[in-house]
Design a protein around this ligand. Structure first.
Ligand code: FES
Length: 104
């Protein structure tokens, strides 16, 4: 198994209980800080062309701004209609002030 941890952002870049959009190797990723922990998923909704970083984070779920589908930010699981497909989530860790993501 290859270990490919990439520095994604500074911890201070993500407001508490909020989400930001970043790009890693041209790939849009949503970075969340929730309950003092950091989570990451793909940023483009699996239902349409909407960015989850423009959505609303609540109770560990991100609500898509376009049709209000919700994903679990930890597992990427699609939680309700109209979503039919989970979103990819990434392992994250915090090293000092840096947020690292495990990217394959
Ligand atoms: Fe996200 Fe439709 S585009 S729920």
């Amino acid at each position: 198994m290859s270990d490919n941890w990439i520095t994604a952002a500074s911890l201070a870049d993500i407001p508490d209980d909020d989400v930001i959009g970043i790009t890693i190797n041209g790939h849009p990723i949503a970075l969340y800080k929730f309950g003092g922990e950091v989570f990451a998923t793909d940023n483009v909704c699996t239902h349409g062309q909407a960015l989850l970083s423009d959505g609303f984070l609540e109770d560990g779920e991100i609500e898509c701004p376009l049709h209000q589908g919700r994903f679990c930010i930890k597992s990427g699981k699609a939680m309700c209609d109209p979503l039919t497909e989970n979103i990819k989530s990434y392992q994250s860790r915090v090293n000092g002030e840096e947020v690292l993501l495990l990217i394959e």
